[in-house]
Design a protein around this ligand. Structure first.
Ligand code: ZN
Ligand code: ZN
Ligand code: ZN
Length: 151
């Protein structure tokens, strides 16, 4: 795993193309666009030449979303009951991740397998994999993906 700042950037910072010039340069918070004074923001690292920064409240919310994701993912690796469908503990971890996610203002979840949006009541599981630029924090329908015409 990369260090915490890099993980946070990979987890939560939108792609450079989706950011404004000011967000890329670190002049404003990458999430809420709050104008940051010099040294006020938290440096999120990143491939130069851009240098995204976050304000403290946003970094806290986004970190909570990341931590709850990792706890949930770690549970799934070791749990013998989860392959049969999310167990009670996994459901609780999912709930705490989804509420942290909502608080952080993250968009709806979508499934990396079928690419559909995951309905709020559908069982979901985290899917962490190594992409070309580092870990990719994604989601899957926990059981089967719904057929496209039933959605
Ligand atoms: Zn902010
Ligand atoms: Zn479990
Ligand atoms: Zn799916």
């Amino acid at each position: 795993m990369p260090d915490a700042t890099e993980a946070l950037r990979l987890f939560a910072v939108p792609a450079a193309d989706d950011l404004t010039e000011q967000q890329r340069s670190g002049a404003v918070c990458v999430w809420c666009e709050y104008e940051l004074h010099p040294r006020e923001g938290i440096d999120l690292g990143g491939p130069s030449p851009w240098r995204p920064h976050g304000c403290a409240p946003c970094c806290e919310d986004q970190s909570r979303a990341l931590t709850t994701y990792l706890n949930w993912y770690d549970h799934g690796i070791g749990c013998l009951r989860c392959p049969l469908g999310p167990c009670e503990q996994a459901s609780a971890l999912a709930t705490s991740h989804l509420s942290a996610q909502a608080r952080a203002g993250r968009p709806e979840l979508s499934c990396v397998n079928c690419r559909a949006t995951i309905a709020p009541d559908a069982p979901v599981r985290p899917h962490l994999w190594q992409g070309l630029n580092g870990p990719v924090f994604s989601y899957l329908h926990a059981r089967t993906c719904p057929a496209p015409d039933t959605r």
